[in-house]
Ligand binder design. Structure first.
Ligand code: ATP
Ligand code: MG
Length: 448
């Protein structure tokens, strides 16, 4: 059982109210060293030996307390990034907005962040602190002590500090109480904290879905109103966030929460419009997310290319229709529509080329899958994106394009049968109907 033992009030030199500190000794909490990565413990020890304070903090402590397996281990320290860099040969400085150090041990990376403080102590230094008129923090490199660091963190459950000096946990924000009550509570004034970093709204719903926690009332209340401010976040940061939201095992539930809190629209405005116009797209995305969650549960691979192909299928159809209405033939219309849809979405979430190219291929193959006569079927089967394109077609069918059922069955059988039977199947295919009637040649007029 978790129990509160010591409570001390820390005096504040700056006048800002300092939090109350509670120390929970090792025999009163459930975080055992066995659950902690050896590399993370090594980092803590080396920092301590170097004369610095160091703690494990954030998701790893929260998750161990909840009996989950931590995804990664984050360290907070009094050492500056340069001092950390000096202690570990296997490390590199990363980030500009939020500088930190990655210490690399084979495939494992331990993230080491210096204690942060409030921006009022930056002394106007632009390399340390930069805040937009909206209140959004553009640069967050003002260093401080552990108490200041604790109140700069997002949620109380993420502000628990574990030290390897006596294995106790330091709690400055009543995070343990909230973990016990399964509540997500922002530290400080919710509106200010969301204005500083709107991504905290996404983090709130991500953790709600992942941990089955409730978002505490005052933390939930401003989200719908402030949701549009997510539009100001750099598109590259948003791409990573989307993967954490939708491709980390609780995608279906997270998507529902994103819609409920109006957080989906600012990130995918064109998809939001498609969702409003036709429930087919809603079914398709939900189905895809359900399948992704299932695959992750079974430790099967998933790709952002498939996720983005699904999310942007609605906008692609609408755009293709608009372009085709200008009498542009189907294939160039598709190519143009792909350019437009990817271009527009990139203003909200970047789509790195390594995913953009296969996403495009999944879409292009949708037009090719019906054309199976002669050698075409065998060639399509060899295409590196065949399997994803086939799965995508099944998804379209399940979402409501029931006219694809026969084609789906054909391809399912074709993959199963022996070489000789494949030839037979190819011969039986009737030539595919063109997706658009051939344009009749204009008769030369008499005066031409
Ligand atoms: P997980 O790694 O399981 O997704 P996490 O809580 O560890 O969850 P990270 O993104 O690894 O999330 O961040 C580590 C810690 O850094 C958080 O627990 C929190 O204390 C702090 N943190 C991360 N992002 C923010 C933010 N946007 N605002 C304030 N604090 C943050
Ligand atoms: Mg983490």
């Amino acid at each position: 059982m978790l129990k509160r033992l010591f409570r001390k009030l820390r005096p504040s030199s700056s006048g800002i109210a300092m939090p109350t500190q509670t120390i929970i000794p090792r025999d009163h909490h459930t975080v055992s060293r066995k659950r902690i990565s050896d590399n993370a413990l090594k980092v803590l020890r080396r920092l301590n030996e170097g004369g610095f304070e160091s703690y494990l903090v954030g998701g790893c402590i929260r998750d161990i307390l909840l009996g989950h397996h931590p995804k990664d281990f984050d360290v907070a320290t009094s050492a500056t990034p340069e001092q950390v860099r000096g202690l570990f040969r296997n490390s590199r400085l990363i980030g500009r907005r939020f500088k930190l150090v990655h210490v690399q041990f084979g495939r494992e990376i331990i993230e080491v962040a210096t204690f942060r403080a409030d921006h009022s102590s930056a002394g106007g230094r632009k390399d340390k602190s930069k805040v937009a008129d909206s209140g959004r923090i553009l640069r967050d490199n003002v260093y401080g002590n552990i108490e200041q660091d604790a109140i700069r963190r997002d949620f109380t459950m993420n502000a628990l500090y574990y030290t390897s000096e006596d294995f106790s946990i330091h709690d400055y924000t009543d995070g343990l109480r909230d973990i016990k009550q399964r509540k997500i509570r922002l530290i400080g004034d919710p509106v200010t904290r969301y204005q500083e970093d709107p991504v905290r709204m996404l983090r709130a719903i991500r953790f709600a879905a992942k941990l089955d926690f409730e978002i505490e009332k005052a933390t939930a209340a401003p989200i719908r109103r402030l949701a549009p401010s997510l539009g100001d976040i750099p598109a590259a940061r948003m791409f990573d966030e989307i993967l954490k939201l939708l491709q980390a095992g609780r995608g279906l539930k997270t998507f529902a929460l994103m819609q409920e809190y109006h957080l989906f629209q600012p990130l995918f405005p064109a998809t939001h419009t498609a969702l409003e116009s036709d429930p087919y797209y809603q079914r398709m995305i939900e189905r895809a997310l359900h399948n992704t969650d299932e695959r992750l549960r079974q430790h099967k691979p998933v790709t952002p290319a498939f996720l983005f192909a699904t999310l942007l299928w609605g906008p692609l159809q609408a755009c293709r229709k608009d372009i085709a209405a200008q009498d542009i033939p189907p294939i160039p219309a598709l190519q143009q529509a792909i350019q437009v849809v990817i271009g527009n979405q990139s203003n909200h979430t970047t789509i790195p080329k390594r995913f953009g190219i296969p996403m495009r291929e999944i879409w292009e193959l949708q037009d090719r899958l019906p054309r199976r006569q002669g050698k075409r079927a065998a060639q399509l089967l060899e295409h590196p994106r065949f399997r994803a394109a086939y799965d995508f077609m099944l998804l379209r069918c399940e979402a409501g394009e029931t006219e694809l059922q026969e084609l789906c069955d054909w391809w399912t059988d074709y993959q199963k049968v022996e070489e000789g039977d494949r030839k037979q199947m190819e011969r039986q295919v009737a030539p595919a109907k063109r997706s658009r009637p051939r344009r009749r040649r204009r008769k030369p007029s008499s005066n031409e």
